[in-house]
Every structure is written in C-alpha cells, then in structure tokens.
Design a binder for this molecule. Structure first.
Ligand code: HXC
Length: 510
C-alpha cells in the first residue's frame, strides 16, 4: 500500500517538474515565471485544485511516443481570488514549448465547460509555441474547440487572457475573443504572422516586439487592455480586476465593504472646470474624487486617451465609468474612442454592471482621416451600445454636450435613467462661435456684430437650463455634491428592470 501511495507522489513530482530543471532555468532567465508559479501568485494561497495532471498526448509520429510528459504542457484547475471561484489554465512553455496538442486543448475545454456549468470566470495564461507541429490537424481541431467555447462563454462568464510569452498565428484568436487581455512588457507578443513572414510578403523589417509586443497592442492596435512590467505585477492586477467583476451574467456585480463617506463633499470640484471653456482639465480627477476610497481601475489607459474607461465602486458596488477626457483632443469622439467605449459599455451591460457616463464632449473629430476610415459606422457602435444597454445608466454633464455626441453619450434619449448637469454645462447643437458663424454668415466681416451675436447665443444656449426645462436633464447639481448624488442615484436604480424586444441578436454596426 505504501508503495502505491509513494508511486502517486513520485508521479506528481514528475508532473510538477514540468520540462525539467534546465528548461525551468531557461524560463527564469527570460524573466518569466513557470506555469505553476503563475497560478500560485494568481490564486489565494492553497486554493488551487488541479485536474488532469497525468494527461499525456497520444501522438505517435516523429518519435513522440517516447516523449509523453505528464500534463501535456498546460496546468488546469480552479481556485479562488479573495475567496471567489475562478477557473484557470496556464500553459507550460517548459513542456514542448507549451504547444497545443489535441489533449492539451481537451484539458482547456474541460475547465471551460466546468466554468460555464458552475458560473465562474476563466483566466487563461498564455505562453505557447502554438499548434503542436507533430500533431497537425488534430491540434487545429483542438483550437477550434477552444474558440467555440470562447464564443459560447462570451457574455456568460468573464474571460480574461494573460499573455506571458509567445502567442502567434491562429492561436491569437482565443484571447482575442475574451473580455480582457493583459500583456507583460518585453516577454510577450501576439501576432497573426511573425516578423519573418512579414519580411517575405511585405518587405517590412520589424522585430517581434515592434510587431506584436505589449506596447504595440496597448498603444496602437488596442488588442490588449493593459501592459505590465513583469509576471508578478500582471497577476496582481488580474486579481484586482476580478474583484470588480461578477462571477457570471446571472449575478449582480459584487458589493464589497467600503470605508468611504457616502455623503463626502468635494469642494475642489466646484473649481475643476476652468472659466475659459477652451481650457482643458483632467476628467480623471473627477473620477477619483467620486469613487469609494478614490479607487479607479482603468482599462485601455494607453489607447484613445480622449475617452477614459474603467471601474470604480460606489457604496461598495462596482460601477463602469465612461468619461470624455478634455485633456486629449478636447475630449472629441472619434473612431478609436468610440470603439473603445462601445466595447466597454457592452461588457458592463452583459454583466449587469451599472454605467456612469461623465460628459464633456465638443462633438465628433472632423476630417478625411476619420470619414474615410468610417467614423459613421464606428461612432454608431457607441450609440448602439448605449441604446441597447439595460443596466442602470447615470450621466453627469460637466461642460460641453454638443450635437450628436450629446445624444450618443448616454443621454436621456437613449434611455439614460438619470442625467445630472453641473451649472457649467452647455447642452446645445454646437459651440457659440460655430453657431454664429453659420447663422450670421453675412455679418462675418463685422467683428462687433458677430461678438454680440455670439454673446446672445451663449446667453441663450451655453447653459444646462434649456435642456433642464424640457426634462432632458433631471437635476442641475452642485459639483461638490456629485459623489453623494451619484450614490443616491444608483441606490435608487438597484431594482431596475428593463428588457429589449425579443430578437435572435442585434446587428450592431461592426
Ligand atoms: C511543437 C514546439 C513548438 C510547436 C516550440 N516547440 N514550438 N514543439 N510544436 N509549435 C518546442 C521546441 O521544439 C523546443 O523543444 C521547445 O518547444 C522550446 O522552443 P525553442 O524554439 O527552443 O524556444 P525559443 O527559442 O524560446 O522560441 C520559441 C518560439 C519557437 C519562437 C515559439 O519555438 C517557434 O518559433 N516555434 C514554432 C512556432 C510556430 O510556428 N507555431 C505554429 C504557429 S501556427 P525542446 O525539446 O528543444 O525544449 C499556429 C496555428 C494555430 O499556432 C491555429 C489555430 C487555429
């Protein structure tokens, strides 16, 4: 009997060794942790329940029958993050380069199925040379099975991808279909075709880092949501993100203990908006001053900085924030910011996370660059996302809310539940200068007349009261009491029930 018990321990030790000391050292030398070290950091101490530790591939080509390591290059199971259940797979680059065989894919599928059945997020740690070359089409079929599960799980359980090594070719499409992608600077990359193929086909000379590193994907392509210095930081940030999210689409977002004063008054907000309407100010200051304990989890901070997206808590409950940022492009909407915000709004709506929208938007960015690339379709994504979102939607207009962009930014007309405006708001078709130049074109040579016309327009429209008279704004509020008003607003909406008409699915402009 003791022999059998010892045999089990020996087998477990062999599995835990991964690809052996030499390959583990090589992994460490690249500044990367092993698959198991990553899981240990991600999950609460001692909470990991591993499955399929002894799974081995069944390939007999290319001498593979003599190389059948336990686990087959991926560690799978579940555990907890601050006591809440998550499923995890972590590819082991030290075992056959973390390459994906039929059995490797089956292990991933098994925990995805369990996650769906039990209603808990899946976190995938990617570090893989891609399709197991020796297995050919069996490997491709395995990827296909994972893709299909990514699609079915989308909007049902949160899916988070952490890229901690290579992720190339068709393999990128599994993370691409998950809700969040985190990368590690200098040690991870994602691309559909690598630098060599790029050189052959397009004659471009580009490094892997330039083509698909963390900088590229967080700043240029927006494929990734955040980039971190190392594995440890990335995994700590995944834990922080999970704390904001519900475990599945049937749950309300988590409410955590909070220590902040619900009625906290922030006098500094009364002077946040500068006297000069053309001067910028930092919308993030407002976000930090509203949220519990000043905590803000920003998503896609390096991309389309003219719009800010992320999570705060009000009275302990997660709230998704979308905010125009006057510091960048005057807070204009454009293609990138519309796409970024639309995706975020849809994530929040899918997972019952209430939405707070902070508005200071002078309109859509003009120019051929925008029109030729389809700002009409991309802008419509954000409009569509807000209009179809049935979660509680509260809006605060701090300054400009002009034209179509006013309607898009979670206005009352798109079934926004509560719209507040600061006294500094200007809800109008456009700014005073632009309006007078159109209305009084024949007087343009007379500076005095035009100045008087502009002043008249400002008097009439550069305020929140015209909209408030019509009930498009529910209340004009003091900036210093914004947190208190928002806490009350969301508390009043906790029982909100609203449904869209039945349809197979909508046809959002993609
Ligand atoms: C089998 C692989 C492998 C693969 C790496 N290995 N990739 N084994 N299939 N795809 C093995 C290596 O043989 C080696 O084994 C070990 O993993 C480490 O690889 P190295 O090359 O020594 O490591 P490194 O120098 O760090 O280079 C990593 C790498 C390179 C850049 C990922 O290995 C590489 O280019 N691999 C091939 C990538 C590829 O073309 N994959 C197919 C992509 S297409 P030993 O025994 O020496 O430790 C694809 C399609 C998916 O994935 C389609 C989905 C629909």
């Amino acid at each position: 009997m003791t022999d059998i018990l010892q045999q089990l321990e020996d087998r477990r030790d062999a599995a835990r060794m991964g690809g052996g000391a030499k390959r583990v050292d090589a992994q460490h030398a690249k500044g990367k942790l092993t698959a198991r070290e990553r899981i240990e950091l991600l999950l609460d101490e001692g909470s990991f329940e591993e499955y399929d530790m002894f799974v081995a591939h069944r390939c007999i080509d290319f001498g593979m029958q003599d190389n059948r390591p336990y686990g087959d290059g991926v560690v799978t199971g579940w555990g907890t993050i601050n006591g809440r259940q998550v499923y995890v797979f972590s590819q082991d680059f030290t075992v056959l380069g973390g390459s994906v065989s039929a059995t490797h894919a089956q292990k991933i599928c098994k925990i995805m199925d369990m996650a769906m059945q039990n209603g808990a997020p899946v976190i995938g740690i990617n570090d893989s040379g891609g399709a197991r070359i020796q297995e050919g089409v069996d490997s491709l079929a395995g990827y296909g099975e994972v893709f299909q599960r990514n699609i079915e799980a989308s909007g049902v359980i949160p899916q988070i991808s952490v890229i901690m090594g290579p992720c190339a070719g068709g393999a990128v499409y599994s993370p691409a279909m998950t809700d969040f992608i985190f990368m590690v600077k200098d040690s991870s990359y994602m691309f559909v075709t690598g630098p060599d193929v790029v050189k052959t086909v397009t004659n471009e000379h580009v490094t892997a880092e330039e083509l698909g590193g963390a900088g590229t994907h967080t700043k240029k392509s927006s494929v990734a949501d955040a980039a971190f210095e190392n594995d440890v930081e990335a995994l700590a940030e995944v834990r922080r993100l999970v704390d904001f999210l519900p475990l599945n689409n049937q749950e309300k977002p988590p409410r955590r203990p909070f220590f902040d004063d619900v009625g906290r008054i922030e006098d500094s907000l009364d002077t946040l908006v500068p006297e000069n309407p053309n001067m910028p100010y930092d919308m993030k200051e407002l976000i930090h001053k509203i949220g519990d304990e000043g905590d803000f989890y920003e998503v896609q901070s390096e991309f389309a900085k003219n719009i800010v997206t992320g999570f705060i808590r009000l009275e302990g409950q997660t709230v998704g924030v979308v905010a125009n940022q006057p510091m960048v492009l005057a807070g204009c909407l454009d293609i990138d910011s519309s796409r970024k915000a639309a995706r975020f709004v849809r994530f929040c709506d899918a997972f019952e996370i209430p939405l707070l929208t902070l508005v200071d938007v002078p309109g859509f960015l003009p120019g051929t660059g925008q029109e030729y690339r389809g700002v009409i379709k991309h802008g419509a994504k954000l409009l569509f996302a807000y209009g179809e979102a049935t979660v509680p939607k509260v809006t605060v207009i701090t300054r400009k809310a002009y034209g179509g962009a006013y309607v898009v930014m979670s206005s009352k007309h798109l079934r926004g539940d509560i719209t507040y405006a600061w006294p500094t708001s200007e809800v109008a078709v456009m700014g005073a200068k632009g309006a007078t130049e159109i209305l009084y074109r024949s007087e343009l040579d007379d500076a005095e007349k035009i100045a008087a016309r502009t002043a008249e327009y400002e008097d009439r429209f550069a305020n929140p009261f015209v909209a408030a008279e019509r009930g498009f704004i529910d209340e004009v509020i003091q900036p210093h009491s914004t947190r208190k008003r928002l806490c009350r607003a969301f508390a009043g909406l906790r029982g909100k029930q609203r449904k869209m008409p039945w349809k197979k699915h909508d046809n959002i402009p993609l």
